[in-house]
Design a binder for this molecule. Structure first.
Ligand code: HGY
Ligand code: MN
Ligand code: MN
Length: 413
């Protein structure tokens, strides 16, 4: 089987057929979790899964599984996959590469009549991005025992639609339980979404873990008054202190080092009209770092910032933690299976950590896990201009295939 290779044309065609669903004029995709576009991508994925004679099932979080039976059907399957939902102005490859590479892997095994002892299950996780239903990675989080099903169902989008209502609306509220199933291991192929592989001129990233992520919402409350008659010096205008608060937050990078990632992605002003001094400003903060102690140090610093500001000014600053996902380390046996695959295929590789969060983080809590990266142009992602090469997509998929074959050999030895 060492000479087994996937069919690059079929993979590349499927990726770009899928990219037509929710396609945006600027070359990206808009496929928010549980939207009509997401439904169409799910329907297509299931159609493809069934066309290669695999069984498909949908669980109570809307996760879709495509199963290729093993000769020993009671063995815990090897799981692999990623997600089909996207950012509002996302790229064609974030998530969908890992799902469609998995499909290509299954079809390659099928057409070469290769029957493995271990069942294989390809999964597409619901709402990985967290763009519509926050936080991110909610379904793999339920699977990994981090979030309860009730909590996940109760999450509401900006239009106050709950995740459960959205699942029902697109008819993907499945019945099987979204946790507790035993797997032998999980592998996820994904684009790097950063510049390292391109800079190092390597084809494959052997991913050993993922950095920590914390999301907050901060609020600065003042007083709504008329923009005309009300004197400047007695206003309680939150916009006035915003620059100071934001520069203090960006200063965290100076204090905690260049591995720190600070993103203020969503700012809203209430009531948001030209001739009323805002009563409140709300904004999100996405903080990341590979080290959990540093994450805690930054958390402490934000608490102090809020306290100091409230002592000095007539405004009221508050912050709420929305999500904390600690740094994750992957399984050595799975990592070695990926490394050996890259070596056997003679692809250049480096071992690295992931700056982006992935479903693999929560899978690693319940089953041995590793990830595979391929480069993306200029490290750009979460952007309609996201792009990869056909040959990198093929290399990544071949590494996914041979990582799983290596891992099965390890399990049998
Ligand atoms: O936020 C992340 O890192 C991922 O794209 N959900
Ligand atoms: Mn992703
Ligand atoms: Mn993403």
């Amino acid at each position: 089987m060492k000479d087994l290779r996937i069919n690059g044309d079929r993979l590349w065609n499927r990726i770009h057929s899928m990219a037509k669903i929710g396609a945006t004029p600027n070359g990206g995709v808009h496929r928010l979790a549980l939207s009509q576009e997401d439904k169409r991508s799910r329907d297509l994925f299931i159609k493809w899964g069934q066309s290669i004679d695999c069984k498909t099932r949908v669980d109570a979080m809307g996760n879709i599984f495509v199963r290729l039976e093993g000769t020993k059907r009671n063995l815990p399957p090897i799981l692999f996959g990623s997600h089909l939902d996207s950012q509002p102005t996302g790229g064609k490859y974030d998530g969908s590469l890992g799902v469609l590479a998995g499909l290509e892997l299954l079809e390659t095994l099928r057409e070469n009549s290769i029957d493995l002892e271990y069942p294989l299950e390809l999964v597409s996780w619901t709402s990985e991005e967290g763009s519509r239903f926050s936080p991110a990675m909610i379904s793999s989080g339920v699977f990994g025992g981090v979030f309860s099903l009730d909590y996940a169902y109760s999450i509401k989008d900006k239009r106050r639609v709950s995740l459960k209502e959205a699942l029902e609306k697109i008819d993907y509220l499945g019945s099987s339980t979204p946790f507790g199933r035993i797997y032998s291991g999980f592998f996820e192929l994904h684009i790097e979404q950063g510049p390292i592989l391109e800079k190092e001129k390597k084809s494959i990233g052997v991913v050993k873990g993922v950095q920590g992520i914390r999301w907050y919402e901060l609020s600065i409350k003042g007083q709504e008054v008329h923009a005309g008659p009300f004197p400047m010096k007695i206003r309680r205008d939150p916009v006035r202190v915003l620059p100071k608060i934001i520069s203090a937050l960006y200063h965290l990078e100076k204090e905690f080092g260049s591995d720190t990632r600070i993103t203020i992605g969503d700012i809203s002003v209430h009531p948001g009209v030209c001739n009323t001094v805002p009563g409140e400003i709300k904004f999100t903060l996405d903080l990341r770092h590979p080290n959990s102690e540093v994450m805690d140090g930054m958390n402490q610093r934000i608490r102090q910032l809020v306290e100091n500001e409230n002592q000095e000014s007539s405004l009221y600053l508050s912050h709420q933690e929305l999500w904390y996902c600690p740094p994750a380390k992957f399984d050595l046996q799975c990592i070695n299976a990926v490394k050996d695959a890259a070596k056997r295929l003679n692809y250049s590789f480096i071992e690295m950590f992931s700056g982006a969060g992935h479903d693999a983080v929560y899978l690693s809590r319940v089953t041995p896990t590793a990830m595979i990266f391929i480069p993306c142009k200029d490290g750009i992602s979460h952007n309609e201009k996201e792009s990869i090469t056909r040959s990198d997509a093929i290399r990544g998929t071949n590494v996914l295939l041979h990582s799983i074959l290596n891992y099965i050999n390890q399990l049998k030895s």
